[in-house]
Every structure is written in structure tokens, then in C-alpha cells.
Design a binder for this molecule. Structure first.
Ligand code: NAD
Length: 362
């Protein structure tokens, strides 16, 4: 039987626990993997001075497929986000985050089926920033005043928002191709083109042009603030959403909220040749090592990985068992119980054991 070489980045915080649980259920499908385990994050930074050693990137480039737990990003100081660096250095330009309801999950909504396609390399997330008071920030402030006559306060920090034709075209194409391959009916481009005419305006203009090549799929656009309201009021109207990086980040969490929380929201970062699968949520440091958090988001990222590898049958079986467990509501973690202190909640590893047992029993 075919055995897949896959880079496994356990991450930090709750990452190692949910990674272990995910590996267990992926292996229980019968699909064979050679895991190339690679560490990244705070501990590696303390030992090696970088949170993302070159060998991690090399491993992903070689295997072309990776699955990753969350990695903590220090706020305001320390190293740059490992997650952002990984996406940029491997040019994983599309972040795919399906938000699908599971029966039995605690949420105000039913039958949600939205796919968020987030641009992953540009926008305010590009990391082009100028610290308040730095020579660069002051120089930029003078430059802007010189060229435009507009004043920026001297005590400002500045983040740059680049949005290109190239970056927009490929993400919108990705969204339409995804819609076509997956039998979706509509793509909605989300922006704030009325205010940011040269960045979001460009995004919208390019999206409209790309839509011309996909006449079989409906196309529309929404302004981001209105989109947020509409998603809360009538999510059933939406199908595939395509967004610049920052709005995509925010709307992904909104989508997770619609389906019952971050514990259920999987994701993938995809480039032309490489795909890295990871949950939408972060490293939830306060739960580290407690065997408490929900492993479903990472397991469902594993389901996406199985499909990417062409293991459709294994993917459907794993997804089906997860759906069953959620519907029964017995072998689930605290966040899926009626109250967080419900004594019947099980731990991360018990969820994995039960899923693996059912998969093996067939
Ligand atoms: P978070 O997603 O870690 O946590 C938000 C809330 O959701 C917390 O209350 C947390 O306890 C809960 N939660 C998260 N995952 C859960 C799970 N599997 N089961 C049950 N509850 C869960 O977001 P945060 O607190 O903003 O970020 C923590 C760290 O994670 C930060 O350093 C951030 O930069 C990083 N982060 C990493 C990634 C990534 O690796 N891709 C993504 C987002 C955030």
C-alpha cells in the first residue's frame, strides 16, 4: 500500500496534544504515513535563535504536504509569526476554511455551509510595519506629507496594506476553481472598496474581471461590514467567500462561531505545489498539557489533507465518525457540553481513542 511522506509540525501550547490525537485517528483509517516530525515555535527559538529553522521549510518543500498544530506568536515583541512566515516563504497564497454545521454541535445556527477563501500573502498581514518614532516611520511620514500634503501624526506607528493585481487574480481564480470542482453555486468577493479605493478597490476590480471567465458560477460582492451583519442574520445566502487577508482572518473566526466555535473549524494553506493543513484556532496556552481541548478542528484539517492526497474513502469515513460522535455528544470535550464545567466532558485523548476504535471496528 502507498505510504505518504508528510511533514508533521506539532506546534506549541495545545498543539502537541491535538497533533497526537490527529495522528492517531488518521492512522486508524488504514492510510499509511511516514511522519517527518519538525519542531517550530518558542522552544526552538530559545535553543536556536529562530522559531522556524530552515530544515522545517526544507522538509515541507520535499514532502509537499504538511499538517501543523498551532504555534504561539508573542504579541508586540519577540519573533514574527511562524504561521505568517511559513505561508509567505512557501507562497501558500490561499487559505481555505470550510465552515460546515455538524448536527449536535451547540450553536444558534443550523445547516451552515460556507467556505472562506482568504488571500494569505498580502494586505496588512504582509508584515510591512514601521515602529512609532523610528527613523523609517518618521521618514515615511515626511514622504507622505511631501507627496500628498496629508499629515500623519509624528507619534504614529504605521502598517502598510499592499494588494496587487497578481495576488488578487490568483486568489479569486482559486475561489472560482474551488467552486467549480466542489459543485458550489456562488462566489462573493468581500472588500471595503468604497473607502480604500486603491487597495480594496483594486481587489474588487480584479475579482470582477476574473468572474467573467466563470460564467457558470454566480458572482457578487459585499462590503465587509455589511457582510459581517449578513453572515449573522442570513448565512444561508452565502456559499464561497473570497477575501483579502485581514478580512479573511476575521470572517474565518466569525464562520467558526456560526458552526459552534473554534474547536470545529479546520483549515488549509495552499500554494501551487504545497499544502499545509492546520486548524483555524491558536495555541490556547492556558490549556497546554491538560488533555482538555477539542481535537476536532485539527482532525477535520486531517480530513481535508486525506482528500488532498486523494484518499477520498478514508476522508469520508473519518468525517462520518467525527459527525457521529458530535451528534451523540458523549465523547466530546468541555467546549461542546452545555456548560464548560460539565463533569461528563472527556479529554482530548479519549476523543481520539473512541474515534480510532470505531474506525478500526469498521
Ligand atoms: P486561540 O484560538 O488560541 O484561543 C481563543 C479561544 O478559543 C480561547 O478561549 C481558547 O481557549 C479557545 N480554544 C482555542 N482552541 C480550542 C480548542 N481546540 N478547544 C477548545 N477551546 C479552544 O486564540 P488566541 O488566544 O488569540 O491565541 C493564542 C496564541 O495562538 C497566540 O499566540 C496566537 O498568535 C496564536 N495563533 C496561532 C495560530 C496558528 O498557529 N495558525 C492561529 C491563531 C492564533
Amino acid at each position: 500500500m502507498n505510504s505518504y511522506n508528510v511533514t508533521l509540525i506539532p506546534g506549541d501550547g495545545i498543539g502537541p496534544e491535538i497533533s497526537e490525537a490527529t495522528v492517531k485517528v488518521l492512522e486508524a483509517t488504514g492510510v499509511k504515513f511516514n511522519w517527518d516530525v519538525q519542531e517550530a515555535g518558542q522552544e526552538v527559538y530559545e535553543k536556536e535563535g529562530t522559531p522556524l529553522p530552515e530544515r522545517v521549510i526544507e522538509s515541507i518543500k520535499k514532502n509537499r504536504v504538511a499538517i501543523k498544530g498551532p504555534v504561539t506568536t508573542p504579541v508586540g515583541k519577540g519573533f514574527r509569526s511562524v504561521n505568517v512566515t511559513l505561508r509567505q516563504s512557501l507562497d501558500l497564497y490561499a487559505c481555505l476554511r470550510p465552515c460546515r454545521s455538524f448536527k449536535g454541535a451547540r450553536t444558534r445556527y443550523e445547516d451552515i455551509d460556507i467556505v472562506v477563501v482568504r488571500e494569505n500573502t498580502e494586505d496588512l498581514y504582509a508584515g510591512i510595519e514601521f515602529q512609532k518614532g523610528s527613523d523609517e516611520a518618521l521618514g515615511l511620514i515626511r514622504y507622505v506629507e511631501d507627496k500628498t500634503g496629508r499629515k500623519i501624526r509624528e507619534d504614529s506607528g504605521i502598517s502598510i496594506k499592499p494588494i496587487s493585481v497578481y495576488g488578487t487574480e490568483r486568489i479569486v481564480r482559486f475561489a472560482f476553481e474551488y467552486a467549480r470542482k466542489n459543485g458550489r453555486r456562488k462566489v462573493t468577493a468581500v472588500h471595503k472598496a468604497n473607502i480604500m479605493k486603491f487597495s480594496d478597490g483594486l481587489f474588487l476590480e480584479v475579482a470582477r474581471a476574473v468572474a467573467e471567465d466563470y460564467k457558470d458560477i454566480e458572482f457578487e460582492d459585499r462590503i465587509i461590514d455589511n457582510m459581517c451583519m449578513q453572515l449573522v442574520q442570513k448565512p444561508e445566502l452565502y456559499d464561497v467567500l473570497v477575501l483579502p487577508n485581514l478580512y479573511g482572518d476575521i470572517v474565518s473566526d466569525l464562520g467558526a462561531g456560526l458552526i459552534g466555535g473554534l474547536g470545529l473549524a479546520p483549515g488549509a494553506n495552499i500554494g501551487d505545489e504545497i499544502a499545509v493543513f492546520e486548524p483555524t484556532h491558536g495555541s490556547a496556552p492556558k490549556y497546554k498539557g491538560l488533555n482538555k481541548v477539542n481535537p476536532f478542528a485539527m482532525m477535520l484539517s486531517g480530513v481535508m489533507m486525506l482528500r488532498h492526497l486523494g484518499e477520498m474513502e478514508a476522508a469520508s469515513r473519518l468525517e462520518q465518525v467525527i459527525a457521529e460522535i458530535i451528534e451523540e455528544g458523549k465523547y466530546v470535550t468541555y467546549d461542546m457540553k452545555p456548560t464548560p464545567d460539565d463533569p461528563t466532558a472527556v479529554g482530548t485523548s479519549e476523543v481520539a481513542d473512541e474515534i480510532a476504535r470505531r474506525l478500526k471496528e469498521g
